[in-house]
Design a protein around this ligand. Structure first.
Ligand code: PLP
Length: 442
């Protein structure tokens, strides 16, 4: 029996894999499970030497390739100094430096950093902090939240309250205290003759009407700036964010930007909200923050919010804690990631790389079944007309046969690769996507 087979059999026996109907792996002609022996750059390699280009950055976390020498070196150095320490009553250099540098990246507007270990927890922290701010400032009735159609903010019970993806939510609906769901500015929903900006205005008008009627009970609106990733890379005009910011200010409601997926250069700017020239009251970050190395998330907020919690009473302080908060190794990986952004001029280089991928996708864009081709920064996506219910799984399998790992969402195929593709790798990705599409539709 091959090493591949042995490891995947043990995995199927002992590991309950995420976002997976395990039965699909157990069927003889089912979904393949890939045992990865090693990673390097954009490649994942199994025990038989078969390789796969990581076209989804291992669930949107990897920025500078697997086994990146600079992040590895930083982590080795950190291991020799301090691996972890309790962050209540203690502090350490990596967490302080990371907080300072993230604050500087928001122009000092969001100068207070609260850490957790994953994206869903960052969402929950922002929701709790927003409500607790209003409670501390004499408006305890502000307990409701707003989210957008198709929103995804994580899958814990609290985060599901502001998530609008039926597949993840419906089974757990009885456990959830749902937020109000408002129209999405998704540019694909524009009517004939409407531009993406018109669509943004229409969605913002619905927000305005809702706020006008209900603002007295609303703590915050949570949005994924520019790209709602998990619902299928739904992209919207930055105008929506400026209009939402203005409306939230007018009605005394917080704006939470969930940049867990779109932060760290993914949208083409370091933070996506920069493209609308706004700042949120809360900014949630995770995924790319450690370059895809270690679990870490953070919520950044303003002086105004922070100061509303300062008091002698413990109960007016923010009551939230995770055991691994501000883990030193994770913070060090994040610092090494920020170093690469600075040293390599990543944002400018990505602009060219995105343009090159766009060129290479020219033949695919002409394909008669491709609809709503769209691109922002390092996310390129399109919908496939007439795709059936098994399309995404069949596409995934056909991609693996072409040394390509892509995981369509329904009928949306997207490319979200690490930022370190060579010319040959970019060709492999784009030509492979077209070949995979043709094979899946054949
Ligand atoms: C992935 C994601 C989350 C949840 O992050 P986890 O680390 O998976 O809990 C939240 N919001 C957005 C926009 C995401 O893409």
């Amino acid at each position: 029996m091959s090493a591949n087979r042995r490891l995947l059999d043990r995995s199927l026996a002992a590991v309950w894999h995420p976002c997976t109907q395990m039965q699909h792996h157990l069927a003889a002609d089912g979904l393949p499970l890939i045992p990865v022996q090693s990673g390097e750059g954009v490649w994942l390699t199994d025990f038989d030497g078969r390789r796969y280009l990581d076209g989804v950055s291992s669930w949107w976390v990897n920025l500078f390739g697997h086994r990146n020498p600079r992040i590895n070196a930083a982590l080795r150095d950190q291991l020799e100094t301090l691996e972890h320490v309790i962050l209540a009553g203690f502090t350490h250099e990596p967490v302080v430096q990371l907080s300072e540098r993230l604050s500087a990246l928001t122009g000092g507007a969001l100068g207070h950093a609260f850490y957790a270990s994953d994206g869903a927890s960052a969402t929950e922290i922002a929701l709790k902090m927003s409500h607790h701010y209003w409670r501390n400032t004499g408006q305890p009735e502000k307990t409701d939240f707003l989210c957008l159609e198709g929103s995804y903010h994580g899958e814990t019970v609290g985060a599901l309250a502001v998530t609008d993806v039926a597949l993840f939510k419906d089974a757990y609906a009885p456990l959830i205290r749902p937020a109000a769901v408002l129209p999405s500015p998704d540019a694909r929903l524009a009517r004939d003759g409407e531009t993406a900006a018109d669509m943004a205005r229409r969605a913002a008008a619905a927000l305005e009407a809702h706020l006008q009627a209900h603002h007295g009970h609303i703590a915050a609106l949570i949005v994924e700036p520019l790209i709602q990733c998990a619902t299928g890379m739904a992209m919207h005009d930055p105008l929506y964010l400026s209009l939402a910011r203005q409306a939230c200010d007018r009605y005394g409601v917080h704006l939470i930007c969930d940049e867990i997926a779109v932060g760290f250069g993914r949208s083409g700017t370091f933070f996506a909200h920069e493209q609308a020239n706004i700042r949120p009251d809360f900014l949630c970050l995770s995924k790319g923050i450690t370059g895809g190395y270690l679990p870490l998330s953070v919520v950044l907020t303003t002086d105004t919010v922070y100061e509303a919690f300062l008091d002698d009473a413990v109960t007016r302080g923010f009551l939230h804690s995770h055991s691994y908060t501000g883990n030193a190794l994770a913070c060090r990986a994040a610092l090494a990631t920020l170093d690469i952004f600075e040293q390599d001029g990543v944002i400018a280089a990505n602009r060219q790389l995105s343009e090159r991928l766009h060129q290479l996708l020219e033949p695919l864009r002409q394909h008669p079944r491709v609809r709503h081709y769209r691109r922002r920064g390092m996310i390129l996506a399109f919908d496939v007309e007439g795709a059936d219910a098994s399309f995404s799984r069949r596409f995934y399998k056909a991609g693996l046969e072409r040394e390509l790992m892509l995981r369509p969402i329904g009928n949306t195929v997207y490319l979200m690769p690490p930022y370190v593709l060579s010319e040959d790798e970019a060709r492999h990705l784009c030509q492979g996507t077209l070949a995979t599409l043709e094979a899946t539709l054949a």
